[in-house]
Design a protein around this ligand. Sequence first.
Ligand SMILES: [Zn+2]
Ligand SMILES: [Zn+2]
Length: 116
Amino acid sequence: MANPPPTPDTVRVAEQLYADLGQAVGPPGRATVYRTIEQLNAAGWLARIHTQSGEAGYVPSLPGHLHHLICTDCGVVIAFAGCALDDLLARLASETDFAIEGHLLQLYGRCASCKK
Ligand SMILES: [Zn+2]
Ligand SMILES: [Zn+2]
C-alpha cells in the first residue's frame, strides 16, 4: 500500500461530528451519526483516537495499517504508515505462546509548532 502523505488533522469527538453535520445538512438523528461513524471506522475511513480525556475521538483516515502521532498541546494528528513492530510481535508471540491478532499504537508529544 502506498504511504499516505502526512496530512495533519485534528481529532473530533463524535458529538462534534454530529454538530458539524447538523450545520451542513440539517440535523440527522444522533443514532444515525453514531452508526455511520462506526461504519466509517470499521471500513478504515475514520480512525479512532483515544484522547487524553478518555473520550473516543476520530480523524479522517485511509484504509490500511496506520498509526497516529498526536500533539498534546494543540490536538493535531499526523498519520503514519509502516509500523515496524513485526520483530517485537514475533518475539512476544513465541515467548508468551500468545496468538497476537492486532495492536494499537498511538504516539503522544508536541508537534513542530508547539515544541518551539
Ligand atoms: Zn501542536
Ligand atoms: Zn502497527
